[in-house]
Design a protein around this ligand. Structure first.
Ligand code: AMP
Length: 114
C-alpha cells in the first residue's frame, strides 16, 4: 500500500495529467473518468496512501488540501455548488492509494452516494 502509484508519478511530473492548480504542497488535475461535468482530484505532493494513514504532523497539509479544493471550485466556476469526497480504503471505493479529494460538481448531486 505504500508502493508508488500513478498519482505519485503525476505529482513528480513523470506522468501526464490535465493539471488545473498546483502549489508547493499539492496539485489538482481533471479526473480521467469524470463522474460529473466537473470532477477534479486534489492530491498532496506527500504520498499518504489513505486518509486513515495521515498523522498529527499532517494536520496543516490536510487543511491545505481542503482550501485548495475551495480554490479549484472557485476557479472552475462551481461557486458553492460542489461536493468533496474522500474514499478511504478499497471497501469504500478507493482504487488509487495516494490520498486524494474528489471535487465534484456541475450537476445536481443526490444523497446518500453509493
Ligand atoms: P478513488 O476510486 O477514490 O481511488 O479515485 C481514483 C480516481 O482516479 C477515479 O475517479 C479515477 O477515474 C481517477 N483516475 C485514475 N487514473 C487516473 C489518471 N491517470 N488521471 C486522472 N484520473 C485518474
Amino acid at each position: 500500500m505504500s508502493e508508488d502509484t500513478i498519482f505519485g508519478k503525476i505529482a513528480r511530473g513523470e506522468m501526464d495529467a490535465n493539471i488545473v492548480y498546483e502549489d508547493d504542497m499539492c496539485l489538482a488535475f481533471r479526473d480521467l473518468y469524470p463522474a460529473a461535468p466537473m470532477h477534479i482530484l486534489v492530491i498532496p505532493r506527500k504520498p499518504i496512501p489513505r486518509l486513515c494513514d495521515a498523522q498529527e504532523e499532517d494536520k496543516a497539509l490536510l487543511g491545505h488540501l481542503m482550501l485548495a479544493a475551495n480554490k479549484v471550485a472557485e476557479q472552475e466556476g462551481l461557486g458553492d455548488k460542489f461536493r468533496l469526497v474522500v474514499n478511504n480504503g478499497a471497501d469504500a471505493g478507493q482504487s488509487v492509494f495516494h490520498l486524494h479529494l474528489h471535487v465534484i460538481g456541475g450537476r445536481s448531486l443526490k444523497w446518500p452516494p453509493g
